[in-house]
Design a protein around this ligand. Structure first.
Ligand SMILES: *Cc1c(COP(=O)(O)O)cnc(C)c1O
Length: 455
């Protein structure tokens, strides 16, 4: 029989619903708290930052949410995305495991991020918003939102973490091409930025700092809202389109994953590919292992604490129940910029606490080795974030080899690395170093928190 390499779907197979895993969770995620009163916050507290429809989606218990027709129309530019069987990688690893990957790098912005950027821009437009402010780490989210805002006539202002702004000038130009304004963060345009610069004029920035700046701009301006590219419940839900498509593709391949692997920043691409399969696990019909992979330099899932913490650095957001390293934690400047975030979303944190999902941390040199092997076998050059998933896939494939078991592994190739040549250049020059966070660093960062603990 002829081998099928690429499992494709037709346009009318683009899912019509997102999946809300909260509906199936036995232990629901804990509510966000007001940082002053420590009471659960109501929708009105989020109203200055987000349009009402997204706030509703943030708290809904409904199992499936319909994808608006206008959003599906924009999705058609790159969706459905292909799934591939990694025959060449399997052969190179000499593993009995079957390896599949879902490729989200075919979006115009080059990652999974437009899956949520498009509906977020759409709901803002529906509620008459003129401008969206946001932050971006590696530049992926800023690009995705810039791209999405175009379709709905919304202005986009992006605060880009300085280390990326300087290291990835073409990401900035990409955002400019889609009409967005981009600032290096910390900037002197906001109180939050000025405060950080006063402490450290050479601050490389962090996602947390950039979030503070973008939130401040939205809070100060009536016609401006804020958008987040990860962490929040509605963001994770929009990403489930990845897993919903993957379910159909796996079925077409006549297979079902034993293990699903995805890199982990705030949890959105991980949630996107795993939640629709975890539905079967929560309903008790199938068992699947879902493994989140984080960098050793920012190990909130494997070494952080499950407690309430701020989503940003300054402490402007509600308190979120999360696995966190502390909102003041500034991770080393590794090349997977999208994974340098101090906390994890409330849903994924609860699932990890309940042992429904697993997590592991891998050093960046092992990740880049894995990414280069992938590029040389499967052809696509992965984003440094995606290399984390590939490194874990290789570990699991090697375990299969030792055990002589033929597991089915699915992973999320959440973006391409075509704008990340600088990091590959450093890897080839032997200049990448592995960062191990010490226990003292983590303890010191957590000791600064005076937010409520859990359990
Ligand atoms: C943003 C990003 C990530 C990390 O964010 P998640 O919300 O955890 O998915 C990972 N990979 C790529 C390519 C990204 O752009």
């Amino acid at each position: 029989m002829e081998k099928i390499k690429k499992i494709t779907l037709s346009e009318d197979e683009i899912p019509r619903h997102w999946y809300n895993i909260v509906a199936d969770m036995v232990n629901k995620p804990l509510p966000p708290l007001h940082p002053g009163t420590l009471e659960p916050i109501g929708p009105e507290a989020l109203a200055p930052l987000f349009p009402m429809e997204l706030i509703k989606q943030e708290v809904t218990q409904e199992k499936f949410i319909e994808i608006p027709e206008e959003v599906r129309e924009v999705y058609k530019i790159w969706r459905p995305t292909p799934m591939f069987r990694a025959y060449n990688l399997e052969k190179a690893l000499d593993t009995p495991a079957k390896i599949y990957y879902k490729y989200e790098g075919v979006s115009p912005a080059g990652s999974h991020k437009p899956n949520t950027a498009v509906p977020q821009a759409y709901y803002n437009m529906k509620e008459g918003i003129k401008k969206i402010s946001t932050e971006t780490g590696a530049g992926q989210w800023g690009s995705a939102l810039s791209f999405a805002c175009q379709f709905f006539g919304i202005e986009c202002e992006v605060f880009m973490v300085k280390v990326s702004y300087e290291g990835k000038p073409y990401r900035k130009i990409m955002m400019n091409t889609w009409g967005a304004t981009v600032h290096a963060s910390p900037s002197n345009l906001t109180n939050a930025g000025r405060q950080i610069l006063a402490q450290d004029p050479n601050s490389p920035g962090s996602l947390g700092i950039a979030i503070s700046e973008a939130v401040e701009v939205a809070a100060m301006n009536e016609d401006t809202k804020y958008a987040l590219g990860s962490v929040l419940n509605h963001v994770l839900m929009h990403q489930t389109i990845i897993g919903e498509e993957s379910r159909i593709q796996m079925e077409k391949a006549g297979d079902y994953p034993d293990i699903i692997i995805a890199p982990f920043g705030g949890g959105s691409n991980f949630a996107g590919i795993t939640f629709p399969f975890l539905r079967d696990k929560l309903e008790g019909t199938r068992n699947v292992r879902a493994i989140a992979v984080e960098p050793t330099s920012c190990p909130k899932l494997t070494r952080g604490q499950f407690r309430y913490d701020f989503g940003d650095t300054i402490g402007m957001t509600p308190l979120i129940p999360m696995y966190t390293l502390g909102h003041n934690f500034v991770p080393s400047p590794i090349h997977a910029g999208g994974l340098r975030y101090h906390g994890a979303g409330a849903i994924v944190s609860q699932l990890l606490n309940d042992k429904i999902i697993e997590a592991t941390a891998i050093n960046q040199i092992e990740c880049f080795k894995a990414g280069v092997l992938f590029a040389r076998t499967e052809g696509i050059i992965p984003a440094p974030e995606a290399n984390h998933a590939i490194a874990e896939v290789i570990r699991q494939a090697n375990i299969c080899k030792e055990e002589g078991s033929s597991k089915t592994i699915l992973f999320n190739l959440c973006g391409h690395g075509n704008f990340d040549m600088g990091s590959y250049e450093q890897f080839f020059a032997g200049k990448l170093v592995d960062f191990e966070v010490t226990a003292q660093q983590i303890e010191a960062s957590l000791a600064e928190l005076n937010t409520p603990t859990i359990g």
